[in-house]
Ligand binder design. Structure first.
Ligand SMILES: Cc1ncc(COP(=O)(O)O)c(C=O)c1O
Length: 389
């Protein structure tokens, strides 16, 4: 093993690529003194709708994907206590949003190859109390949307797609977030399009999106931009008990330029992905499965599996070894039922979802940001190989 040199900087996991366009736009936004929800949010919504092939009335910008998930489930009008089937291989936000919407999460195990929710496990988890399915396009790989939509249609269920990893994802030519009743996207700092914090809701039904917009701003019938514009003061009415989930123009200023480069950044991450696949082909680690035909992976996370029995090092030992080599890594995710809150509240044990449990205990995400130089990628490869050998 080559020892890390003291001058080697720490390679931060998920560091976003920020360019001059968004820096200038943020400055222009500040100079305009319109920081809150306004014309830049409206432009970002129009641009995102165009990218997804939707009407601007079918999208709503919010301040996180967590907010998007929460508001979508409230706007879906599901009865309190209704069961929502989701995956144990996700960020806690997917499950917390179900709980905050007054609904009951039910887990269905993942396919061990794709790491996405298994449609057969969804079918087995459906009860007379089920009202919705919340699939997560894990790491940017599309879930099996034909089977999931067939499940949903058979049982009359709503579908809320968690597209936090899946801006560029397609399944059989159709874009993630356009299958279900709602799609929820994240622009968190490590995501494929960043606004710092931020999210977007897409919806099939314009009435759902109109309600989501009202819910995302206190339940008020008119947003502040319309109230304080130059057309004279407009009274608003509170029509629901809403939330404070609106996106700011300051955030949209970043997002407009990030979204304009979404395909360019995707190509760069694909190159890095392919380089990792080649460089690690002979190692005893698990590598991501090939993409299914007629699908597009968003290449959000490059996850490897470190099984101590084959690698001679535990997953956590590997994380430490990478850190010692000054490479930042991630874990996506320890399965949801590993966490004490869910164990205490729902009596869940990780063993009930064995595929997610095993994957969650072995998985490591390596850096995949488009910001990585070829030299950075070389460092990740060298560190990974030396930590495993
Ligand atoms: C699968 C998944 N769902 C939801 C979220 C929540 O996104 P946000 O941080 O924008 O609220 C994340 C964020 O990491 C995620 O990875």
């Amino acid at each position: 093993m080559k020892a890390p040199t003291s001058e080697q900087s720490f390679l931060i996991f998920g560091s976003p690529l920020i360019e001059q366009g968004e820096i200038d736009e943020v400055v222009a936004c500040m100079e305009s003194a319109w920081l809150g929800t306004g014309p830049r949010v409206a432009q970002f919504e129009r641009d995102f709708a165009a990218y997804k092939g939707l009407q601007p009335t079918q999208v709503a910008a919010v301040n996180s994907c967590t907010a998007a998930l929460h508001v979508s489930m409230v706007a879906a009008g599901l009865e309190p206590g209704t069961e929502v089937v989701t995956t144990p291989m996700t960020f806690c936000a997917s499950v917390n949003a179900i709980i905050h919407a007054g609904l009951t999460p039910v887990l269905a195990d993942v396919d061990p190859t794709t790491q996405c929710i298994d449609p057969a496990a969804i079918e087995a988890a459906i009860t007379p109390r089920t009202g919705a399915i919340l699939p997560v396009h894990f790491a940017g790989r599309p879930c099996e949307m034909d089977a999931i939509m067939a499940n949903a249609n058979r049982h009359g269920l709503m579908v809320i797609e968690d597209c936090a990893h899946a801006i560029e994802t397609t399944w059989h030519g159709r874009k993630a977030g356009t299958f279900g009743d709602f799609g929820c996207f994240s622009f968190y700092a490590t995501k494929n399009v960043v606004t710092g914090e931020g999210g977007m809701i897409t919806g099939r039904d314009e009435a759902h999106i109109a309600r989501a917009k009202v819910l995302a701003l206190h339940g008020m019938s008119k947003d502040a931009w319309h109230r304080f514009g130059d057309e004279g003061y407009k009274h608003y009415q509170v029509v629901e008990a809403g939330f404070k989930y609106n996106m700011m123009d300051l955030q949209a200023a970043i997002g407009i330029h990030q979204l304009a480069r979404v395909e360019q950044n995707w190509i760069r991450r694909k190159q890095i992905w392919n380089r990792y696949m080649e460089a690690f082909a002979d190692l005893p680690i698990g590598l991501p499965a090939p993409c299914a035909p007629d699908t597009r992976h968003a290449y959000h996370l490059f996850t490897i599996m470190v099984d101590e029995a084959h690698c001679g090092i535990s997953r956590d030992g590997f994380l430490d070894a990478m850190n010692a080599r000054r490479i930042g890594t991630g874990v996506h995710y320890l399965s949801v039922p590993e966490h004490p809150y869910y164990q205490q509240r729902f009596g869940w044990r990780p063993e009930q979802w064995p595929n997610a449990m095993r994957l969650g205990r072995q998985t490591v995400s390596l850096p995949l940001s488009p910001k990585l130089t070829d030299e950075d990628v070389g460092r990740v490869i060298e560190a990974t190989r030396s930590a495993i050998d």
